[in-house]
Design a protein around this ligand. Structure first.
Ligand code: NAD
Length: 495
């Protein structure tokens, strides 16, 4: 008998109205069945949104410091179950334990960071232009928030949306990715145990085209916070636009690392390896382009290839493994397709390029670390998000060319430059078109108290995390209190 999991609606664990379930299997071993999860539909979405709407009436009146205190409890519980959840996450989505521990840690960090915000949520007071009149602006909650999340950070992304939403006084419905329903269940067990009131948080599992789409178009959902592909993000934005609801989008990336001729090459090689092959290249901030100055290219590639060839591939639950599988069959097929595309465009394969099915890996979705050389900026392998362990190398002859090449994609999420020249570093910070820039560090490694997000097709201008996330999850109210006892007219009486 497989374990049977449920939705969490209005404080109760409930099956989908359809009674149907879907299987969740490990990407490292398709024979490993993790459990059965509800195939929900619009009826389940409606029940969850109704519960969230009802709960909102009370939750918005709970003082923000009290809402924050609840998040301290959630953070403590997450910390006490960090190892258990990391193992569950590795089993269900494949990245190595060291990384899933980091993913849970991001949830813990967010809980504590946001809990403190309960005692801030600062507004502003400012003098009125009229006598005996008081002026201030305060934050107010938005209402019911739909949170739609991908599978590559199954704890970090739901929590970095949910915790700020809750501290601002909103209620939420989470629709996690189909590939990571189990981690979401663990998060909701903790929310329940911490004492989050019924209806304040709701979990509806199922397919994006059904549950996700139903949530986005539900009239009682005031805000959609979506992280995922640009293709789906556009659909979500279109519906949100029609209904004039707030939509915050965190989408794809085609991130690059520049290595100049004056860089510390050992450091830059380690950065490229971690950036390109960490999480099997399945991070929105993964390094998928390497922009190398001509003078160091040959040596850099030799050192990089020598290291990449030694990466140990396998089940992430084995502590010695460095790179796990891709998430599923269609992800591996997509990566495979880009091997043909790169070859046809004239890129030269330096290593990898094939599925990896040695020994126990035969039952999983493994793929070799892959490096394409002789890539030019116009090639699809230099422009499109592949979302796998595939690195495209582009050669440049100057700093200015490096920046132009880096900026030459539709995306603008993360970026990195390795250089010893402080002037170049500052010019890069100024001229790179990206939401996140690292100097002498890889393209991955964001911290929860800095704004996270990107420009161009990476999103629609919002920033999660940092102090900016509260602007997504709250409305500004400007308030004027006139205690003069007479009608005063702004811009007229005192002109
Ligand atoms: P995806 O767009 O396929 O799915 C994301 C979520 O949307 C899932 O929960 C899915 O079920 C749901 N969904 C699918 N179709 C939907 C629809 N029509 N309406 C509403 N919801 C729908 O993305 P994915 O494959 O899960 O994740 C990978 C993508 O996410 C990559 O492009 C990656 O760059 C991006 N990503 C971005 C960030 C960021 O912060 N910028 C972080 C992580 C991942």
């Amino acid at each position: 008998m497989s374990d049977l999991f449920k939705n969490y609606i209005d404080g109760k664990w409930v099956a989908a109205k359809s009674g149907n379930t879907f299987e969740n299997r490990s990407p490292a071993n398709r024979n490993d069945l993790i459990g059965l999860f509800p195939v929900s539909g619009s009826g389940d979405v409606d029940a969850a949104v109704t519960a969230a709407k009802t709960a909102f009436a009370k939750w918005r009146l709970v003082p923000a410091p009290k809402r924050g205190e609840l998040l301290y409890r959630v953070g403590d519980l997450l910390r006490s179950r960090k190892e258990e959840i990391a193992r569950i996450m590795t089993r269900e989505m494949g990245k190595v334990l060291k990384e899933t521990r980091g993913d849970v840690q991001e949830g813990i960090d967010t809980a504590f960071y946001v809990a403190g915000e309960g005692r801030r949520l600062f507004g502003a007071t400012t003098p009125s232009e009229l006598p005996d009149k008081f002026a201030m602006s305060v934050r107010a909650p938005v209402g019911v928030c739909a949170l739609i999340t991908p599978w590559n950070f199954p704890m970090a992304i739901p929590t970095w949306k949910m915790f700020p939403a809750l501290v601002c006084g909103n209620t939420v419905v989470l629709k996690p990715a189909e590939d990571t329903p189990h981690t979401a269940v663990k998060l909701f067990e903790i929310l329940e145990q911490a004492g989050v009131p019924p209806g304040v948080v709701n979990l509806v599992q199922g397919r994006g085209e059904e549950v996700g789409a139903a949530l986005v178009r539900h009239q009682d959902v005031q805000l959609v916070s979506f992280t995922g592909s640009a293709a789906v993000g556009r659909e979500v934005a279109a519906v949100g636009g029609q209904q004039l609801k707030r939509v915050s989008l965190e989408l794809g990336g085609k991130n690059a690392q520049i290595v100049m001729e004056d860089a510390d090459l050992g450091l830059a090689v380690e950065g490229a390896l971690w950036g390109a092959f960490g999480t099997t290249g399945q991070r929105c901030t993964a390094t998928s382009r390497l922009i190398l100055h001509r003078d160091i290219k040959k040596e850099f590639i030799e050192r990089l290839v020598a290291r990449a060839e030694k990466i140990k591939i396998g089940d992430g639950l084995d502590e010695s493994v460095e790179m796990g599988p891709l998430i599923n069959q269609s992800a591996r097929e997509k990566v495979q397709r880009y091997m043909d595309i790169g070859g046809q465009e004239g890129a030269r394969l330096l290593i990898g390029g094939s599925v990896y099915d040695m020994g126990p890996c035969a039952n999983g979705y493994f793929f070799q670390p892959t490096i394409f050389d002789r890539v030019s900026p116009a090639m699809r392998v230099a422009r499109e998000e592949i979302f796998g362990p595939v690195l495209s190398v582009l050669e440049v002859q100057s700093f200015a060319e490096a920046i132009t090449v880096l900026n030459g994609t539709p995306y603008g999420l993360s970026s990195s430059i390795y250089t010893a020249d402080v002037g170049r570093a500052f010019r890069a910070m100024r001229d790179i078109e990206a939401g996140i820039i690292y100097v002498n560090g890889p393209t991955i490694g964001a911290e929860v108290h800095l704004p996270f997000g990107g420009v161009k097709d990476t999103g629609n201008g919002h920033r999660e995390a940092g102090t900016t996330v509260y602007d997504i999850f709250s409305e500004w109210k400007s308030i004027y209190v006139d205690y003069s006892g007479k009608l005063q007219k702004a811009q007229i009486d005192n002109a």
